[in-house]
Design a protein around this ligand. Structure first.
Ligand code: SF4
Length: 343
């Protein structure tokens, strides 16, 4: 049975700057720039904000992301912070990401942070996969852990809050305590959380690193405090089967996905919001019609004995869809669905 969906919004994504990293777990697709400026991205988002106000559809959700590194000009960064305010986003979004930055001198780092803070940035966010050589392996850049630690230290000196995501995978679990101790040297974080790999992007090549419920139980007491065992991030496939089997069977709320690229930006700019939504809705419904609905994926392609952990419902549903597609190769525009295997 095909999936019943309800379009509730639009997500607008643009890769405005290339990434200087090639992380082995990256969930992005290409890491080069799309050739669309941040200003053009913001202009498209603003048109949808105006469209929403004009049509008095305040519950229509508008998401947006400038993907990859926060290595944008200070002016672009400041413009994005203003956009977040126009979208009514929480202060959590007044942050910059440290992944994907080139290697800079100390003076360059300090200046970069100072200028971003002046443009409204409040926190910096970095992802870590263990420390030292293990982190450097996963982030595919020698010296990356020390570099990140240095930026955290400089950011704390500048008065910026520190947000740290620690990947909990087989090769980092035993050094979580050490990683935390090293990160503490940079200052107390405003947020520090553990995360398994997403089931998406290049992380799919490293499924042997996915942890199970048993691995969690064996976590050292010094790292247990980082875990909220009730959080959905620590559900196994078996847990998800039971949660989703008992969840509502109403139409699923879905956001349309609009990726701005050098190929489509002029067409998008010349089209009205209604035209864009109509076109994208048609393409999206066609994509969903080509694949089974969630209930069918769950009943026929899930494994209710699997104790490996998947952080989000979309992750486990992607897993089921992949099992289905292996036996039923299907051509469809996967990037338009919430089961996309990129960005
Ligand atoms: S995870 Fe982020 S920083 Fe790493 S390669 Fe992907 S986009 Fe770049």
């Amino acid at each position: 049975m095909t999936r019943q969906i309800q379009i509730v919004g639009i997500g607008i994504h643009t890769k405005t700057s290339p990434c200087a990293h090639a992380c082995r777990y990256c969930l992005m697709g290409r890491k080069s720039s799309d050739g669309v400026s941040t200003a053009r991205h913001i202009a498209v988002v603003d048109r949808f904000i105006e469209w929403r106000a004009r049509n008095k559809t305040s519950d229509f959700q508008i998401g947006q992301a400038v993907n990859y590194a926060s290595n944008l000009s200070a002016e672009d960064q400041g413009q994005l912070m203003q956009l977040h305010k126009r979208l009514g986003w929480a202060r959590l979004t007044m942050r910059i990401h440290l992944g994907g930055l080139p290697i800079w001198s100390d003076a360059e780092i300090a200046k970069w942070l100072r200028v971003r803070k002046a443009s409204g940035v409040e926190t910096v966010h970095g992802s870590l996969a263990g420390h030292g050589r293990i982190h450097d392996y996963w982030n595919n850049r020698k010296g990356d852990f020390d570099y990140l630690l240095k930026i955290f230290r400089f950011a704390a000196d500048e008065g910026l809050g520190l947000r740290q995501r620690l990947f909990a995978i087989k090769s980092t679990l035993s050094i979580l305590g050490e990683t935390v101790a090293l990160l503490d040297q940079a200052g107390e974080p405003v947020e520090r959380y553990l995360m398994p790999f997403f089931y998406r992007g290049t992380a799919l090549r490293h499924e042997q690193e996915r942890i199970s419920k048993r691995d969690l139980d064996a976590l050292a007491p010094t790292a247990q405090y980082l875990l909220d065992r009730d959080d959905h991030r620590w559900r196994s496939e078996a847990d998800w089967v039971s949660v989703l089997r008992n969840s509502s069977h109403d139409a699923e709320p879905i956001s349309l996905q609009l990726e701005l690229t050098a190929r489509n930006i002029e067409t998008i700019e010349k089209s009205s919001c209604d035209e864009i939504l109509e076109r994208l809705t048609k393409q999206t419904l066609t994509a969903y019609d080509a694949i089974p609905g969630r209930e069918e994926l769950l009943e026929r392609w899930s494994d209710d004995q699997n104790t490996y952990i998947y952080p989000y419902a979309q992750d486990v549903e992607r897993l089921w869809l992949d099992r289905y597609l292996r036996e039923n190769p299907t051509k469809f525009e996967r990037h338009l669905t919430h089961l996309t295997d990129r960005h």
